[in-house]
Design a protein. Structure first.
Length: 383
């Protein structure tokens, strides 16, 4: 019998393959191997997003109408179909013009791990104590045995350990928030979803960062490779010659291979392992080299495509929003667009009643939530 964990894992892998990998040219870590080849649908998906990004519900309808998806869901049970549609909505919200974050390539981490890594970047300034609109993840409970199995497999799972609600996995766009010891947001649980809430103002262009816990990277985070630890000479940087990148890379890779767990006397601290969601060392390329390689968009730090002036992300963004990254307002306002915006706002308002999705207008004090600042009751670890 298929478990909730297996269903969510399969849904997330397929949907992220469609709306993250195919659209942006990424290869994000999957918790299950996608069974569909969506690469030939790339242009169709981008065109649909460009037409319906103002109305997420219409966008979902168009995506679900693709023959490949229809054939795939036809063989599934109703409970799976419902979960797939709900999780698709979670990812589709990322493309709405009001969404203030975007998934981006993380060059700092990628330079250290030598594989593709990603992060969440603010596309506009987000005030303090504000839910980050439309950036969610779906929660599902897991058993102690499933938790141990995932640990043994060393897969990239985002796991919440709560004394009051038990252990849960969350998958969705919010999982791309990386760790930093000087974090700027925290997790909030709303029914079956996780939302990110700012703990201080996040400026446009800044990375959205969580705190994974005080012992996630070993005792007192002694193996932490975050930007703050690098700047302060803490964590993994405290006993290293910072100019010796090879020394740091060797230590980091050794830490990854050994699958280090935090071994502290604090019984409330979670088991933890190194993850692809770290935020480690920057590359040390010269300024001249960067000028030649970087996208011509002054707001972007990605490498340009060969033969192009911009990177792949900026080119696709222009196709979708008819504007320069990270701007999402259309340069030419049309009556059609205004109607779609009104319809989208109306749909969102209707669906907020009894909905599992976090609305920016929800008063968080009226909803049960657990914050990562209460580390004795909630901890995050990525297996």
């Amino acid at each position: 019998m298929t478990s909730d964990l297996e269903r969510l894992s399969e849904c997330d892998s397929i949907i992220s393959n469609i709306l993250i990998d195919a659209v942006w040219g990424f290869t994000v870590v999957k918790t299950a191997q996608p069974k569909l080849d969506v690469a030939p649908l790339k242009d169709f998906v981008i065109d649909v997003i460009a037409q319906y990004n103002y109305n997420t519900h219409k966008l979902n309808e168009q995506l679900l109408s693709m023959q490949l998806i229809r054939d795939y869901l036809r063989r599934k049970r109703i409970v799976y179909k419902d979960l797939f549609k709900q999780h698709l909505h979670v990812y589709s919200l990322l493309f709405h013009p009001s969404t203030p974050v975007v998934v981006k390539f993380n060059s700092r981490l990628s330079n250290l791990t030598q594989k593709e890594e990603y992060c969440l970047i603010a596309t506009r300034t987000i005030p303090k104590n504000t839910p980050i609109k439309n950036c969610l993840a779906t929660l599902t409970r897991i058993t102690a045995k499933q938790d141990q199995d995932l640990t043994d497999m060393n897969n990239d799972w985002s796991v919440l350990c709560s004394l009051s609600t038990g252990t849960r996995i969350f998958l969705g766009p919010a999982r791309f928030a990386n760790h930093d010891c000087d974090y700027n947001c925290q997790l909030e649980r709303n029914k079956d979803h996780i939302n990110l809430v700012t703990r201080r103002e996040i400026r446009k262009g800044d990375e959205v960062l969580l705190n994974y816990g005080p012992h996630y990277f070993g005792d007192k985070n002694e193996n932490c490779f975050c930007q703050t630890c690098e700047d302060r000479g803490d964590g993994a940087f405290q006993h290293l010659n910072k100019a010796n990148e090879n020394q740091l890379r060797t230590r980091f890779n050794s830490y990854i291979r050994s699958n280090t767990r935090s071994s502290t006397n604090n019984s409330d601290s979670p088991k933890s392992s190194a993850s692809s969601s770290l935020t480690p060392l920057s590359s040390h390329s010269s300024l001249d080299e960067l000028d030649d390689l970087l996208c011509d968009n002054d707001m972007c730090t990605s490498d340009k495509l060969v033969g192009e002036k911009e990177c792949h992300t900026c080119i696709v963004h222009r196709r979708i929003y008819q504007n320069t990254w990270p701007k999402r307002s259309r340069l030419i306002s049309t009556t059609e667009a205004l109607k779609e915006m009104d319809a989208s706002e109306s749909d969102s308002s209707d669906n907020d009643q009894g909905s599992d999705y976090m609305s920016p207008n929800i008063q968080t004090s009226k909803h049960p939530h657990i914050r990562t600042s209460k580390l004795e009751s909630l901890n995050i670890h990525l297996i």
